[in-house]
Design a protein around this ligand. Structure first.
Ligand SMILES: *Cc1c(COP(=O)(O)O)cnc(C)c1O
Length: 390
């Protein structure tokens, strides 16, 4: 962890690139693909990496650097790289670190595209993956082989909102010398800092709560300086860099992350508590409800429960679909972490291609609804869900 650092909210606002000669108060946007040199010697030294300066925006840009600096402070990380999307961050980070013949141990409950990367694309390069159940960490050690290099997880999971004990995962990774990578997108660094529990790298889709207003795609990886150097070398060549404009948007968004996420969590807990007592609901899952199976772990590693609530409408698939057709205010959309509340029905949409059995093994039942609770007034969010249930 950095010494003498200020509080989270202060760093989120006051971490800023150097002012230009115009002495602007808010950071400008550097929409430039390249940067100029003083003379031949300056150019030589810059390319030789004897100087730490911007050369070309595929490598670095003041707006990306500001965004990276902030997230490093928020996560307690040494260094980072900003990507054009969350998946660019996931792919580039893994591709930079894995070699042909390597093996990954991953939670079964991970973002769909990450799962597809592991199952359909990495085998092309002779990289294999074994999966453990997010609610049974005791099976992990049995999956580790001599060629296992990475332990990969997300918590809370999507869409089942299970919570994985990051401290336990960190200890296993340390014991076997694995690189422990956490996709921290659901929690944001405001609620949870995986590096404290032993993560070596933390990945975010900036598209979700970090932007929080459904405007830009972005991704970022932060963590150990040594590992980030490998990720940087790979990424500056392969070109997944974040655009300066999107980096600028994200850096402004982070100024309000704490205050937004506080309200998301407050609204989500109120909705979850309301649903817990509703006769048309079979079950509700939210990390900060006492009834959540991993409530104690959630309390240990998270500041609050996040923006996602999952619940089961009584009556299975048909009741689930009917509920969706009756929603008026909330959006039917695949995104999450937006100021606008969003409802999705995983069984008939994002996870419809899986068999019922496979869906159930990652905690998705037929009548399950996922709500990404937004920043509208909670009374209006509850009223819409209540009338849809009726
Ligand atoms: C959305 C998401 C991603 C991918 O991010 P994009 O910005 O859409 O590429 C990765 N991980 C998790 C947990 C996500 O929710």
């Amino acid at each position: 962890m950095r010494k003498n650092s200020k509080k989270f909210e202060t760093e989120a606002i006051r971490t800023q690139m150097e002012r230009s000669q115009n002495l602007e108060h808010s950071s400008p946007i550097y929409m430039t693909s390249s940067f100029v040199f003083e003379d031949a010697e300056d150019m030589r030294a810059s390319f030789a990496e004897e100087k730490d300066r911007n050369i070309y925006s595929r490598y670095s840009n003041p707006n990306s650097s500001e965004f990276i600096d902030k997230v490093c402070k928020m996560e307690g990380a040494e260094n980072g790289f900003a990507f054009a999307s969350g998946m660019a961050a996931v792919y580039s980070t893994l591709a930079a670190l894995l070699n042909s013949g390597d093996h990954v141990v991953s939670s079964k409950s991970i973002f769909g595209s990450t799962h597809t990367l592991f199952t359909q694309f990495f085998p092309k390069w002779n990289i294999t993956t074994s999966y453990f159940d997010a609610t049974d960490l005791s099976s992990i050690e049995g999956l580790i082989k001599p060629n296992t290099k990475i332990l990969y997880a997300e918590s809370p999971t999507n869409p089942g909102v299970d919570v994985l004990d990051l401290e336990v995962l960190g200890q296993i990774a340390k014991k076997y010398g694995l690189i422990f990578i956490v996709d921290n997108c659901f929690a944001t660094p405001y609620l949870q800092q995986p590096i404290k529990f032993g993560a070596n790298l933390v990945i975010h889709s900036g598209t979700k709560l970090m932007d929080g207003q459904g405007r830009v795609l972005a991704g970022i990886t932060v963590g150990s300086g040594e590992l980030m150097d490998k990720v940087y070398r790979f990424s500056r060549i392969t070109g997944p860099a974040l655009s300066p404009f999107n980096a600028w948007v994200l850096s402004r968004s982070l100024e309000t992350l704490a205050i937004r996420v506080d309200r998301h969590c407050e609204n989500a807990l109120k909705l979850a508590t309301f649903l817990e007592n509703h006769p048309k609901i079979d079950w509700v899952k939210y990390p900060f409800l006492k009834s959540h199976p991993q409530y104690e772990i959630a309390k240990k590693q998270m500041k609050a429960g996040g923006c996602v609530v999952a619940f089961e409408v009584k009556g299975g698939l048909d009741a689930g679909r009917k509920f969706f057709d009756s929603i008026e205010l909330l959006s039917l959309s695949a995104n999450l972490g937006d100021s606008r509340s969003i409802v999705t029905h995983p069984a008939s949409t994002t996870h419809s291609k899986l068999s019922k059995e496979d869906r159930e093994s990652v905690g998705i039942s037929d009548g399950m609804v996922r709500v990404s609770v937004g920043l509208e007034h909670i009374d209006d969010i509850i009223a819409d869900i209540e009338q849809a249930l009726e």
